[in-house]
Design a protein around this ligand. Structure first.
Ligand code: ADP
Ligand code: ZN
Length: 719
């Protein structure tokens, strides 16, 4: 037997399937989709078996597979097919597509093998009898509702348990256990409102396959998802729920887990390799019915999918920003088609692309315009900072200070957002004006005050804050950006009695730190939650009646065609955190651009007007959803070569892509990363038949050359 094996040959973006003989001893184990170890030149590599055929006569002798690495297939038939479609869509190599679908320990060459974890479990095998003392009986009673691990019995010594094993009451077994990743909450269950019920029925009854729920913040979308999932579960069907970032959604997970208990698997980046492996196995064996996770959870290997739910559909986290540049929403559609499942996207501020499709009837549109329980949307006040800053120093307008004070006096809580998009904290020299940049990337280093160091957010380079300016050697370095720490200090001078919780990159990088802050705020152990973008996401605190945005407009300054949309969405989302119960909420937006339509419509929570205005801009500027975009990057360590080849690429594209608008080449927004220079060419097109094949040939051509690399990003998030 001969096996075709797909291996990852370092950094060459080319796929090749190599043939190997299957040794006699491995014949029963080998299957398509399993991992094998093979000799490759002078090395030993791991790869996936992608085809099997009978022996043929070849003119050369084939090498033998060294060994089969798995007991069970890693890439099932669906995933094998999906990888091929993903390759066609992204023009990435097939092996990268397969690798991207799998948790680390199941990737080919995922070096460190994670093993199953075994643990001691104790079973009750004989009811307590009178030759035991009272304490021993009490202990045994605790086993009546099921076997226990030592960890479940923290107050009991191992010796006491062992004694009961020796006496024949308990039996000890070694069992494969899953590393537990979350505890089960106990939220009460609601009966659906009429609006929610209607949404559920429409989705269940409609022959459509893709739905968009446009529901204001607090309209009860999550409850709709759960109802659908539960009904599917009764028919033995499974669901995937995608969220932007799972560590940011502890409240949602609590609601799911209290309703569905251990039928849920969580997939997210904070899990250890072992935990991820466990979750994956549970999914594959059908031991769970629901997966909640960030982008890559779209690949959860369910076999009977009913729903793929994409919550906060507008989030840019669903697009992977490196190779393979896949869009989880597109993958969802492919998987849904395979399973005859339904895709449900939900958001209070859908992307223009999705809303436009829904308007055209490509997606089935469901509107949830009201908050559950009659809660009303908050009043929003725009504060003109050009005006305010003439009267006060610091970053708080008088109105904002007073509003905070009053909220605290009423015993209610506030959320303060520092919009840090496009606004990093950096260090400049007051004397010569130099900024400190990364030595290998053309980008300013970000200052982290708590650790007093400078970090490059692109390559990870880090250094301590120097004492003097590296340029003029004066002792004049100054922190120019405004960080949450600075705002917190200022806040303490106005409201010394206020209890403030800070939530940003620095305070949440430890596992579980984020959930802790949220729990503490939910328990009203603090009055003000101060943070960056992450405070805007899906949180639900009934006692919050004030939301303040320190700087509504910094994100408008990003040179990106989506900056208005991103700003509108952020402001509408954060405003939605206020007044979620029957208490009336307020929102204060501090801005230097009070007349900008993104700010204006966000303040009125008027999605539709924003949508119309922004669509008009996009049409005039030939941007999505009127045109498709693709971004081609030409990369090389040799700056001159990089530019020359960029011009050549442009020529070729001009020749073959006759219905496409070409812009560039221009230096990329970050001109150099890790000493690699970057040029880009932007493509705008409505329909270009040979697009993929032309670009694919270009990529392959340069992959062979080695000195220059060409990458393509379809529907890029940032341009
Ligand atoms: P969204 O996801 O649209 O922002 P949620 O599903 O989080 O909205 O619901 C908002 C709030 O309303 C939550 O606190 C939720 O528990 C509550 N809620 C949702 N549906 C109902 C219902 N049918 N009856 C009572 N409360 C509900
Ligand atoms: Zn760097």
């Amino acid at each position: 037997m001969i096996a075709g094996v797909l291996v990852e040959v370092t950094n060459k973006n080319v796929d090749k399937v190599f043939s190997y003989l299957v040794p006699e001893k491995e014949k029963t184990k080998i299957k398509i989709g399993i991992r094998v170890q093979v000799p490759f030149a002078t090395r030993i590599l791991e790869g996936f078996v992608v085809e099997l055929k009978e022996n043929q006569k070849t003119s050369y002798t084939l090498k033998e597979i060294i060994q089969v690495l798995d007991d069970e297939v890693i890439l099932n038939e669906e995933l094998l097919q999906l990888g091929k479609k993903m390759q066609e869509e992204t023009l990435s190599s097939l092996i990268y597509c397969y690798q991207a679908m799998l948790p680390k320990s199941l990737k080919a060459g995922g070096k460190k093998k994670v093993s199953k974890k075994y643990e001691r479990v104790f079973y009750l095998v004989k009811e307590p009898s009178d030759d035991l003392n009272e304490r021993q009986k009490q202990l045994l009673f605790r086993f009546r509702d099921g076997p226990k691990r030592k960890e479940d019995l923290k107050d009991v010594s191992l010796a006491r348990i062992k004694l009961l094993v020796a006496k024949g009451y308990l039996e000890e077994k070694e069992e494969e256990v899953y590393r537990n990743v979350f505890s089960i909450g106990n939220k009460k269950r609601y009966s659906l409102t009429e609006e929610q019920q209607k949404a559920v029925l429409e989705i269940e009854k409609s022959p459509d396959k893709i739905f968009l729920i446009h529901g204001v913040t607090g309209s009860g979308k999550t409850e709709v998802y759960m109802e659908l999932i539960e009904n599917a579960l009764k028919e033995g069907k499974q669901s995937i729920v995608l969220v932007p970032e799972i560590s940011l959604t502890p409240q949602m997970i609590e609601r799911f887990s209290s309703r569905f208990g251990s039928r849920i698997a969580l997939l997210h980046s904070a899990l250890s390799d072992g935990e991820k492996y466990d979750e994956w196995r549970k999914i594959e064996r059908g031991e769970v019915d629901i997966v909640i996770g960030a982008r890559s959870a779209i690949f959860a290997p369910f076999k009977k999918l009913a729903y793929i739910i994409i919550d906060e559909e507008h989030s840019d986290s669903y697009k992977q920003e490196n190779n393979p540049r896949y869009d989880a929403k597109e993958i969802a559609k492919i998987r849904a088609e395979y399973h005859n499942a339904k895709v449900i996207m939900g958001s209070a501020t859908p992307t223009l692309e999705s809303y436009a499709r829904a308007k055209k009837g490509v997606y089935y549109l469901i509107e949830l315009p009201n908050r559950v329980g009659g809660g009303t949307l908050p009043n929003v006040k725009i504060i003109d900072m050009n005006e305010a800053m003439r009267k006060v120093q610091g970053h708080f307008s008088q109105e904002m200070k007073e509003a905070l004070q009053k909220t605290l006096e009423r015993g209610e809580q506030a959320i303060l957002l520092l919009n840090r998009r496009g606004y990093a904290s950096f260090i400049t020299c007051k004397n010569c004006g130099a900024v400190i940049k990364c030595p290998t990337c053309d980008i300013t280093l970000t200052y982290h005050k708590s650790s007093n160091n400078l970090r490059c957010h692109y390559c990870g380079y880090g250094t301590n804050l120097p004492k003097e300016c590296p340029n003029c050697h004066q002792n004049a370095l100054k922190d120019l950006g405004v960080g949450t720490e600075r705002i917190e200090e200022e806040l303490h001078t106005y409201l010394p009695q206020a209890r403030v919780l800070r939530m940003d990159f620095d305070t949440t990088n430890k596992k579980g730190a984020h959930a802790k802050i949220i729990t503490s705020f939910a328990n009203q152990e603090a009055d003000i939650l101060l943070g960056t973008q992450i405070v805007a996401k899906g949180l639900d605190f009934p006692n919050v009646t004030l939301v303040g945005v320190m700087n509504a407009d910094t994100s408008l300054n990003i040179p990106d065609f989506r900056s208005s949309e991103a700003t509108f969405s952020l402001l509408a989302q954060v405003a939605g955190r206020s007044g979620r119960s029957l208490k009336k909420g307020e929102v204060y937006l501090q801005t230097y651009n009070k007349d900008h339509y993104a700010i204006h419509y966000a303040a009125k929570n008027d999605y539709l007007s924003f949508y119309k205005k922004e669509m008009e801009n996009r049409r005039l500027m030939k941007y999505p959803p009127y045109y498709y975009l693709a971004c081609i990057k030409i990369l090389s360590k040799d700056e001159k070569l990089c530019y020359r080849e960029s011009l050549k690429v442009k020529k070729i594209l001009e020749k073959y892509l006759t219905s496409t608008i070409l812009l560039g080449p221009t230096p990329d927004s970050i001109y150099k990363i890790n000493n690699v220079y970057r040029f880009r060419i932007i493509l705008k097109y409505k329909y270009q038949e040979n697009l993929k094949s032309v670009l694919h040939q270009l990529i392959i051509h340069y992959a062979r050359s080695g000195k220059v690399k060409v990458e393509v990003d379809f529907n890029p998030i940032h341009v």
